[in-house]
Design a protein. Structure first.
Length: 574
């Protein structure tokens, strides 16, 4: 699979090409569906939604909204052994959080179990479906291969009445699981493997989360899916490319039924993103084997994980629009998703000062016990955000990385004898370094210039080359910071020499810092609130926070990796 980059320039918000939008425009112009646009988002409730699903959600709900139509949220709950109410609740929460509303169109495949069953009997009566006694292994063996035709089951030519009686007995629960199935009678030599007498119903003695023990047989996804679209009057059934080979089967099923609506299925390329996996099975493995803390772990590509990390629905919607919709499979760089997020957070986030790795600074000539307040901008991108007061005192904290005892040539931050500007406050100069018995630096002794209050230029006109952030020790709020990186070390985690994608898990994907010092305005920060820690990164208050315990997740760095990628591949940010 080739790696692709969106055609849009990062500096613009113009949408990328979307062939489905153009198709619907043509349909509207020709009045193909009587001016109607009905789409649906049909997740199976067997896991949490991920960023790939977000693309489909934005496409289905977005096209319906753009053309004055409706989009149904439908749960394809045809397999009770893998479905949980937890997943249904999470999916509803995620779709709403992304900003979409299905109105009265919340549907379930189980809503149509009765009708689907009636349609199956119609096919049996027409001689186009039969009850088969072959086991699952035997069905696979009889199916053939891509180069060899399949063989007819010895039960394929049962009489219609016998098939009706056997299917009725299956429905009543008179046979054990795995002993019989209902299959469509199509063509065991068909070049499309999906058309070789596919299974329509199987016996399952599992209670369903909505219908309880009512049913003993459950429809297969391929049998139910097209019928559900038909019943709901879907006009544009939008699926990812892996369903392209299933379309002839959906069409065949509907063609055998009398007087039913026949939707138009169109396939588009699914989203592939670097440094992550999109398989529900693999995501479930990560959760069950505790490689992550859960479905909402901020390193997961799930919508709940992205939300907890601090992503915004606006950023995800912008990302989905700007990567476009095409037939060709490709991989989008994770840096572009971060670019869309950074662009959104820059406009909305309050700026604050926080020190993640503190070193104490004592300003020796500053009056002992004195406290001043300085005005700090809340967001330079938004004048209406105003300012806040930041306290200053004799003892402050700065980042340990902002000091070097023996700095290299191009290090302009604090060092012995060097002056720097404290953001919003004063110029300070380092005079002495205090170390413990092991030689570790524990404190810096500095002086300040009173003539530089608020960062003012002193009479002699000097100006330090560096401005650093700080927090007053007397007023600081303590917090824990969780520094997240990509969950995998490789762009394509599936490329592992061992064949096991887990071998590519990034051991540095999470670092926890427990002794952070934050300005006092953050003391009452609420879960989900987002901030830019000046000079550091964007952070979000984590769900684990509680009164007296602040936990922040690093959402995304300030450094724009996408800009660097564009510069390296195009010769400049054109």
């Amino acid at each position: 699979m080739e790696s692709t980059k969106p055609d849009t320039k990062p500096e613009t918000s113009a949408p990328a090409p979307n062939f489905i939008r153009e198709m619907i425009k043509d349909d509207m112009a020709t009045d193909k569906w009587g001016g109607k646009v009905v789409t649906r988002f049909p997740p199976e409730p067997n896991g949490y939604l991920h960023i790939g699903h977000a693309k489909s959600i934005c496409l289905n709900f977005g096209m319906a909204a753009e053309f004055g139509g409706e989009c149904h949220l439908r749960f394809d709950d045809t397999n009770p052994s893998k479905e949980e109410d937890e997943y249904i609740k999470s999916i509803i929460r995620d779709v709403r959080w992304l900003g979409f509303d299905w109105g009265k169109h919340l549907c379930y495949a189980s809503d149509y179990f009765g009708k689907t069953h009636e349609f199956a009997i119609e096919l049996i009566r027409a001689g186009k479906a039969y009850v088969d006694d072959l086991s699952a292994d035997e069905i696979r063996e009889y199916r053939g291969t891509l180069t060899e035709p399949g063989r007819n089951s010895p039960h394929r030519n049962r009489a219609v009445e016998e098939n009706l009686e056997l299917f009725a007995a299956m429905t009543r629960g008179e046979f054990p699981e795995g002993t019989r199935v209902l299959r469509a009678k199509i063509d065991m030599a068909h070049p499309n493997m999906n058309m070789r007498d596919p299974v329509m119903y199987r016996i399952m003695n599992a209670p369903h989360h909505r219908t309880g023990a009512t049913w003993k047989v459950y429809p297969m996804y391929d049998w139910a899916h097209g019928i559900e679209d038909s019943i709901e009057g879907v006009t544009h059934s939008l699926c990812t490319m892996e369903f392209e080979d299933h379309r002839p089967l959906y069409d065949w099923f509907l063609a055998q039924l009398s007087g039913v609506h026949r939707p138009q299925q169109t396939e588009f390329a699914r989203l592939n993103l670097t440094y992550t996996v999109m398989s529900k099975r693999k995501l479930l493995q990560l959760v069950r084997e505790k490689h992550v803390s859960g479905w909402d772990d901020p390193r997961m590509p799930t919508i709940s994980g992205l939300r907890r990390r601090g992503y915004t629905p606006e950023a995800i919607r912008a990302f989905a629009e700007r990567i476009g919709v095409a037939k060709r499979e490709g991989t989008v760089d994770f840096a572009f998703l971060e670019y869309c997020l950074r662009e959104d957070l820059n406009k909305r986030c309050m700026r604050v000062m926080a020190v993640l790795n503190p070193i104490k600074v004592v300003i020796e000539n500053y009056p002992d016990g004195q406290v001043e307040e300085f005005d700090a901008l809340n967001n330079p991108e938004d004048e209406s955000a105003g300012t806040r007061k930041v306290p200053f005192s004799q003892v402050i904290y700065i980042e340990r990385d902002d000091f070097m005892e023996e700095p290299p040539k191009k290090f302009y931050r604090l060092s012995p004898g060097r002056e720097v500007r404290l953001r919003y406050a004063y110029y300070i100069t380092c005079k002495d370094v205090v170390k413990d018995n092991d030689g570790n630096i524990v404190e810096l002794r500095c002086t300040y210039d009173p003539q530089t209050r608020g960062g003012a230029t002193p009479p002699d006109g000097r100006s330090p080359k560096a401005t650093i952030h700080w927090v007053s020790a007397q007023h600081a709020t303590g917090a824990e910071a969780r520094i997240y990186d990509t969950l995998f070390t490789k762009e394509n985690p599936m490329e592992a020499e061992s064949g096991n994608f887990l071998d590519n898990i990034n051991p540095e994907s999470l670092k926890v810092i427990t002794d952070c010092k934050l300005e006092p305005s953050l003391a009452n920060a609420k879960i989900g609130e987002k901030y830019q820690f000046e000079r550091l990164a964007y952070f979000c208050v984590d769900d684990d926070s509680a009164p007296g315990k602040l936990v922040f997740n690093r959402t995304v760095t300030l450094k724009d990796a996408w800009a660097r990628i564009r510069k390296n591949t195009t010769g400049g940010l054109n």
